[in-house]
Design a protein around this ligand. Structure first.
Ligand code: TYD
Length: 144
């Protein structure tokens, strides 16, 4: 897509702390669409678990999809890359979300045993919204 907006890690990724509604009975967190915590309408939820410690998932960018990634149990790392710089974000609490809302390459890795990564997304699954080739991503991320 030639008119892909240029994205940066500073502008298009953000760690968000969620409020806990926990009390003596245990922990609780509630997230609503179009809020300070999830700044879009949630149309899809998916989650991954039983991911081996040596497996790397993701390895793609989205043209338009917005997502919040939350590690509900255990921990994992999310590598985010805007084509110029790369950062590794550790998700190790159900009260932490990583918002990605631009043309950012992401890889999920180093899942601890029992870790579950949940993803909230603003749209339905659409393979046409993916770039799965890193060289193509680099070219499109840096063009214009
Ligand atoms: P994949 O993109 O490899 O997952 P990840 O981002 O975790 O590495 O998806 C694996 C398969 O599941 C692939 O055939 C696409 C399919 N899939 C859906 O059908 N719906 C979805 O919402 C997702 C995320 C994947």
């Amino acid at each position: 897509m030639s008119n892909t907006p240029r994205a940066t890690l500073q502008q298009n990724t953000r760690l968000i702390d969620f409020p806990s509604l926990g009390d003596v009975r245990g922990q609780l967190c509630a997230l609503e669409s179009v809020s300070a915590y999830v700044p879009f309408d949630i149309k899809r939820v998916y989650y991954m678990w039983d991911v081996g410690a040596d497996q790397v998932r993701g390895k793609h960018a989205h043209y338009t999809l917005k997502q919040v990634l939350i590690c509900l149990g255990g921990a994992c790392e999310v590598v985010v890359d805007d084509g110029r710089q790369r950062q590794t974000v550790r998700l190790d609490s159900p009260l932490k979300g990583l918002l990605i809302d631009g043309f950012i390459w992401r890889e999920m890795q180093h899942f601890t045993p029992g870790a579950t990564l949940m993803v909230l997304a603003n749209d339905h699954y659409d393979e046409a919204d993916y770039v799965r080739n890193y060289d193509q991503f680099l070219q499109q991320a840096n063009e214009g």
